[in-house]
Design a protein around this ligand. Structure first.
Ligand code: UGA
Length: 436
């Protein structure tokens, strides 16, 4: 099947590449000629484990093509995926749909009869209806369909999430798009018996937001319970296991930490709140989740200050891990940003290390000294803060780390280390949801 994917951002690039690896003829389209040229040369603009090799392999056999030419991409395409960004609008927090509608206006006159246009971008309820109208008014005759097929990829494990999803969601209003999309996903996922949930288009659009809001709420719940654990002398890891083994709760997404970040949860919870507001519905749980998470991210700096007896002025603090989570170079809404900014305001000198994110972080963090090595970063520091639990940070040799530091204070905001072990080595440890 020929498939066109509009937008070579995170979702477009991963989805297009994975469709090609399933044997389809894929054309990934972007307006940015430099980006297309780079991709043709095998230079991938994002950090995602395994993506480079998959792009290289599928490009080499001609199944994966990159182009700026919409006519070439759309000619004979059975499906056109829209995978452009929907960033939050600064004033309102709702999704900015201008890229989606601009793409639709451009493809409308070019799509051929029976093409299925599928919105993969995360869009508010009712966007598919608007897309349908825009295409309708640009076409004189002929049939086409507009469907929704949201993505549930996590940065860092996007290829596995695409190939082994918990479910696929298809939102369709007509039989043809239902059939075409079911046929696309069923054969490659048949062996794993992956459920394919087929709904009306609006429900599918809402599923995406509801899933992210639920996960954000789940994380916020365990984060708040971690605060309780610290006060009453319990261990949040044991607590999470004790509740999570109840199948109705589930063990995943119960890792307490410094608050969620990234390009999805903060943006999508805000957009969902906006939709609820527009329709006059109260979504109090999500409102509380958003404000509790923001407050938590800011509070983490106080945890560092407390660990240094209430004063960080003139102290050197090494922050290990900067990205919003491991296996990505993404700094969007990373909890390290408010942490570092606040500590700097309190007079601390910040040194930082991230295995992949230094380059992106540099643009956002003035007056920070960046290091390419965690031990170098910790040299002469008064405290080390574990911000992102990359594997190589979890595997640090604490004895060696202590040796290079001025004072052995470890603020472990990801519970990456066994506190007992760190204490035995001589660290004063402050962790999340673990009594001192
Ligand atoms: C999230 C969803 O997990 C994906 O299903 C969804 O497709 C994606 O958003 C999207 O909408 O595009 P992502 O933002 O890549 O994926 O990252 P997550 O792994 O969900 O982590 C988000 C944040 O929550 C990170 O800051 C992470 O550190 C934090 N987190 C996650 C916790 O603090 N505790 C946990 O137990 C899990």
């Amino acid at each position: 099947m020929k498939i066109a994917v509009i937008g070579t951002g995170y979702v477009g690039l991963v989805s297009g590449t994975c469709f090609a690896s399933w044997g389809h003829d894929v054309f990934c389209v972007d307006k940015d000629i430099q980006k297309i040229r780079s991709l043709e040369r095998g230079v991938v603009p994002i950090y995602e484990p395994g993506l480079d090799e998959l792009i290289e392999r599928n490009s080499a056999i001609g199944r994966l093509n990159f182009t700026c030419n919409l006519t070439e991409a759309l000619k004979g395409a059975a499906i056109v995926f829209i995978a452009v960004g929907t960033p939050p609008r600064a004033e309102h927090g709702d999704a900015d749909l201008s890229f989606v509608f601009a793409a639709i206006r451009e493809i409308a006159p070019l799509i051929e009869d029976d093409t299925v246009v599928v919105v993969k971008s995360t869009v508010p309820v009712g966007t598919g209806d608007v897309v349908q109208k825009i295409i309708d008014s640009a076409r004189k005759a002929g049939s086409f369909s507009v469907a929704s097929n949201p993505e549930f990829l996590r940065e860092g494990s996007a290829i596995r999430d695409f190939r082994e999803p918990d479910r696929v969601v298809i939102g369709a209003e007509d039989e043809r798009s239902r059939r075409v999309l079911t046929q696309l996903y069923t054969p490659p996922l048949a062996a794993s018996n992956t459920p394919i949930v087929v709904t009306r288009r609006r429900t599918s659009e809402l599923i995406k937001y509801a899933a992210n809001a639920f996960l954000a709420t789940k994380i916020t719940f365990i984060n708040e319970l971690a605060d309780v654990c610290e006060q009453v002398g319990c261990d949040v890891g044991e607590l999470a296991l004790g509740i999570g083994l109840d199948k109705r709760i589930g063990t995943s997404f119960l890792n307490a930490g410094p608050g969620y970040g990234g390009s999805c949860f903060p943006k999508d919870t805000m957009a969902l709140l906006r939709t609820a507001q527009d329709y006059g519905v109260a979504l109090r749980i999500v409102e509380e989740t958003v404000s509790a998470n923001e407050a938590r991210k800011r509070r983490m700096a106080l945890k560092v200050t407390d660990a240094l007896n209430g004063d960080v002025d003139g102290r050197t603090i090494a922050v290990l891990g900067l990205t919003f989570k491991p296996d990505t170079d993404d700094m969007r809404d990373a909890p390290s940003l408010p942490l570092i900014e606040t500590l700097q305001r309190f007079g601390a000198r910040i040194r930082a290390y991230d295995p992949v994110g230094n380059e992106n972080a540099r643009q956002l963090m003035p007056d920070v000294k960046f290091h390419d090595d965690a031990y170098e970063c910790a040299r002469d520091a008064d405290a080390v803060v574990i911000m992102t639990d990359w594997d190589n940070i979890r595997e640090l040799d604490l004895t060696r780390l202590k040796r290079v530091m001025r004072r052995a204070v470890l603020i472990d905001l990801r519970n990456a280390f066994e506190p007992g072990l760190a204490e035995k080595i001589g660290f004063r440890v402050s962790a999340i949801g673990r009594a001192a």
